[in-house]
Design a protein around this ligand. Structure first.
Ligand SMILES: [Zn+2]
Ligand SMILES: [Zn+2]
Length: 282
């Protein structure tokens, strides 16, 4: 697959999984995005969608080799890891990348969610080859000789990494769990730097302007309107609204997408609502 980036959403929902008939079309799993660049598989976040990705990988056959990049370790971004079947199978290899948090290493934090009495088996029972790599805001990471990952800090409680993946002249940017500055109105320079000229820009659009102003300022998430502002300023080609609010049902997301497409109808920018299932290629 040289010369392109393929990606698929396995989890698009923020904060907590929301299964049910009113979220089934866009999906109710928490964040997980699979990215394939050349023969490299990169997994962005390990929310509940990671369990479903694991089932898909098991059907593809072994051995499986992937880099799992965690933007941060809030529950909705790591809860799929204890249920990621390929990690239990010897012969598979997973390199986990993320921030250390104060006195806690990434490994320690992930061990924590699987520690008695929170979970019946410890992380150490996983039979695949697991390695842990510190990734701090501003760090870059090379995967093979043709994939470059750049990071910047996002505005989010307990900190979060924004991610830009470059491969063969294609760029995919993943900025979730980030809040704009509602007072100054200035665009976030870290988001802009990552999103600059991107083919795909996946952005935290958890709220409408109205719901954000109605008690959600300071919660660490952003809006549909800010996503459009950033996408236009950074001249991205495709914008994907992401990290859907658990209270945003499918029909509501349809309405937001219709609104955004009407707003951008005469612009080169294409707008999408992130949805579990389809594969995209850029
Ligand atoms: Zn989140
Ligand atoms: Zn978070």
């Amino acid at each position: 697959m040289t010369g392109s980036i393929r990606f698929r959403f396995w989890g698009v929902r923020g904060s907590i999984a929301t299964p049910g008939p009113k979220t089934v079309r866009y999906g109710g799993n928490t964040p997980c995005v699979e990215v394939q660049a050349s023969d490299h598989r990169i997994i962005l976040d390990g929310g509940t969608g990671l369990r479903c990705l694991g089932e898909g990988l098991m059907r593809e056959g072994q051995p499986i080799d992937a880099d799992l990049v965690l933007t941060h370790t809030h529950w909705d971004h790591i809860q799929g890891i204890p249920f990621f079947t390929p990690a239990f199978i010897p012969g598979n290899t997973f390199r986990l990348h993320g921030q250390n948090k104060g006195p806690y290493s990434l490994k320690k934090v992930l061990e924590g969610q699987m520690t008695d009495p929170n979970f019946p088996v410890p992380l150490s029972i996983m039979g695949s080859e697991l390695s842990f790599h510190e990734l701090e805001p501003g760090d870059s990471l090379k995967i093979g000789d043709d994939v470059l990952i750049k990071t910047r800090p996002m505005r989010h409680p307990n900190e979060c990494l924004g991610i830009r993946i470059e491969h063969a002249g294609r760029v995919l940017v993943y900025c979730t769990d980030t809040e704009h500055d509602p007072e100054s109105g200035e665009l976030d320079e870290n988001v802009l730097a990552l999103a600059d000229g991107a083919d795909v820009f996946i952005y935290d659009a958890m709220y409408t302007e109205e719901s954000y102003r109605n008690g959600k300022v300071g919660w660490g998430h952003s809006t549909y309107t800010e996503a459009l502002r950033l996408a236009r300023a950074a001249k991205v080609r495709k914008l994907f609204f992401f990290h859907h609010d658990p209270y945003s049902e499918d029909d509501f997301l349809d309405d937001q997408l219709r609104w955004a497409r009407a707003e951008t109808v005469s612009e080169p920018l294409e707008v999408f609502m992130s949805r579990e299932g389809p594969s995209y290629e850029i």
